[in-house]
Design a protein around this ligand. Sequence first.
Ligand SMILES: [Zn+2]
Ligand SMILES: [Zn+2]
Length: 314
Amino acid sequence: MKPTAKGQFVGWMGLTLTVPENWDLVHVKGNRFDGYLRFEEDGVLRCEIQWTLVSAGRVVLDEQVDHYLKSLEQMLSKQGKPVSIKRNVHLVSRRQVKRNVRDFSWEAGTVGYGMMWFCEECRRALVAQVVGYEHEPVKEWARQVFLSLSDHAESDWETWSLYGLRFEAPVGWNLSKSELVPGKIRLLFRQGEYEFAIARYGPASVLLKGKTMEEFAVEALGKEVLQRFVVHYRLEQLHGHEGMVMVGKDKGSSNPLRIFLRRLRTGNPFPQFRGALWECNHSNRLYLATAAIAPEHEPLWERLVQSVRCHEEG
Ligand SMILES: [Zn+2]
Ligand SMILES: [Zn+2]
């Protein structure tokens, strides 16, 4: 489902979904093959999604569901409340979600609705659950969340979105590092020796106090980048905001010996540094995209920077 203005759109490892605005994403774990997302509201579990790669063999979904529900029942009954589990609760139809799903619900003091499915295309088995109290519209929440769920991108670009940072990244570049701390989100992607990163910092008004944009950029890029590349900075409007474009050359690319050694080792050209930094005054954040890429990646870079949504339009 396409993201709507209402609700919080989350995209991670090819998975996308929309959950209510006030559900906080408190756990982001794992990778493309094995991972977990957990949302809570005021410390109470609201929704969790788990996926695992099933690389070979046939998946008998009903057996998986049996297995899963058995362990769920054991876990719930430890809490000392009577447990009742129902299967095939017709939460969503196969036609609606366009995949072969099994759904279930349980009651044990709290109420949960769940859905399990296997995607032939990305070869992932997934379980999603929405949890609440009896007096809450848990079934309706579950229906909304499950209908919004997509487990892989339909094109060769996929949407990444969390904590308000949203952009598209090309499939095939792997997330190799993520920093998710208050005031800073940074996701780094790699393919071979090339890489790019998208980062968001805030609040901009505090970070830019007594500092120029270039000074902030120098700090954010860090020693590693500046030791490797000669970087030029140019003020430029980006996404309708004040910003700065950075272009850098690998220091080794003007050293005949380094060029010679690199040719022996790899046929690849030296990576070039690209950067884009802008201050979004609507969201009071700073956005920084950086890359060390080959000249052939230029269109990819352009699209990547364009895809970053720094504030909601209109
Ligand atoms: Zn899939
Ligand atoms: Zn903006």
